[in-house]
Design a protein around this ligand. Structure first.
Ligand code: ATP
Ligand code: MG
Length: 414
């Protein structure tokens, strides 16, 4: 045992939901500990979002105990000994202690164990291999706490061996270094990652997506991306000309203005055009919404400058909607060499945040009342008047709208 967490400071340790799950697992001499990211982040005093739990109990015993305690159980990864307990709407991943028996670079077959150290040994990095009990006692079998304090992201065991077991660990090395590393990446780990880079091709798009989006969400992803580029790894993941400087600027803007890093926006800042965006979306199996947003943004051609007039801003907001407008502002801002324009860019975002789209007052009925028979012409005329209305800065003068409608009808209808 090394170190302590103070349960009084760590509200996630004592929350009612956590207690319900831990009570169920530890009744009748059962044992359970917090593992992985929760322990790591708590030691760093960073926020803890997911609470993962490990236990020597076999999966069927875990399920039985949770059900007995009235908790919902979802068998999310039974083959690997993982079930998800839902307490008061909050999910907890509970994994039976295990060791990897065979590995092929992507999948592992596992055997369950009751040895905590064996379970820690199959985890990737020393900083991710610690566990803690409910009283806050930290179990650190591989020097994770010291590595965490020093900003060292180090494999548990031999880097090359651990990477050959699961090539995703190449990307995890960069992801965790971006979040928790200080200074240079561990030399052995980097050399092993570069030597094994061909293995990346065997990974599923979803797994690559998850790691890369988390890497991009780090406060400063660019130093790590530069190392990935220098070792050729980045090219295996994101081929083509990348706009690294634009992403660097976007990350600096986020840091200066306290914006929450948005990984899809950052990916868009990095990619050169819509064609590459489409290819990456496909490869990484992005969700439909992420894919549409990325491709739209990478192909955007609207002229957006820091000195847009309020009328031009409203027009763009009406056409694009708040989200796509904001995204475009960020990309243009990140490409603007003049830093003192930040005030203007922020003002554009403020207008977007306050924007409530006005409703176009006319409908197809009004066009028909003006004498146009039902049919495709109605929509065409309506669109024509709407365009004029947008150009008028959304006039609410009913008379001039009616006049305009009449004029368009006269000019278009037979
Ligand atoms: P985050 O807060 O970013 O989710 P995390 O530590 O919870 O960080 P996950 O990817 O959610 O990271 O994984 C949970 C834990 O499972 C890790 O801390 C690590 O101990 C272990 N783990 C996950 N993926 C691997 C892997 N590919 N190889 C070895 N261990 C892994
Ligand atoms: Mg996690």
């Amino acid at each position: 045992m090394t170190g302590m967490l103070d349960p009084k400071r760590e509200s996630w340790m004592t929350a009612a939901e956590t207690a319900a799950v831990m009570d169920a697992l530890s009744a009748d001499g059962g044992d359970a500990r917090f593992v992985g990211g929760a322990v790591r982040n708590a030691l760093l005093r960073r926020p803890v979002s997911d609470v993962d739990i490990a236990t020597p109990l076999a999966p069927d015993a875990v399920i039985a105990r949770l059900k007995q305690a009235g908790l919902d159980v979802v068998p999310t990864g039974l083959a690997h000994g993982t079930v998800t307990a839902i307490a008061n709407g909050k999910p907890f991943e509970i994994t039976t202690l295990r060791r990897d028996v065979t590995t092929d670079g992507r999948h592992a077959t596992v055997a369950f164990t009751t040895d905590w150290k064996e379970d820690a040994a199959r985890r990737d990095f020393t900083i991710n291999a610690m566990s803690a009990d409910r009283d806050g006692r930290v179990f650190d079998y591989f020097g994770g706490a010291a590595d965490l304090a020093a900003g060292r992201v180090r494999f548990v065991g031999d880097a090359a061996t651990r990477i050959a077991e699961d090539y995703l660990r190449i990307l995890r090395l960069f992801r965790f270094h971006a979040w928790y590393g200080q200074g240079e990446i561990d030399r052995d780990a980097l050399a092993a990652a570069a030597a094994a880079r061909a293995g990346l091709a065997t990974l599923s798009g979803e797994r690559v997506q998850k790691e890369m989006l988390r890497l991009l969400a780090a406060e400063r992803p660019v130093p790590v991306l530069r190392v990935m580029a220098a070792s050729g790894i980045l090219f295996d993941i994101l081929p083509g000309e990348l706009a690294i400087a634009r992403l660097e600027r976007l990350a600096a803007i986020d840091a200066d203005s306290f914006f929450t890093p948005d990984p899809i926006l950052r990916l868009a800042a990095l990619l050169p055009d819509a064609a590459v965006a489409r290819e990456i979306a496909e490869r990484w199996r992005l969700s439909g919404a992420d894919r549409a947003r990325l491709v739209d943004l990478c192909g955007a051609t609207e002229k957006i400058v820091s000195y847009l007039s309020i009328k031009e801003v409203r027009k763009l907001l009406y056409r694009l909607g708040t989200g796509p407008f904001r995204d475009r502002v960020f990309l243009r801002w990140a490409a603007d060499p003049k830093e003192t324009n930040a005030i203007q860019w922020r003002a554009l975002l403020a207008v977007a945040d306050a924007w409530v789209a006005p409703e176009f007052p006319l409908t197809g009925r009004d066009v028909m009342i003006a004498g146009v028979p039902e049919g495709p012409l109605v929509g065409k005329i309506l669109a024509e008047v709407e365009e004029w209305w947008v150009d008028s800065d959304f006039t609410d003068d009913e008379f001039s709208l009616a006049e305009r409608l009449k004029a368009v009808v006269q000019a278009t209808a037979y």
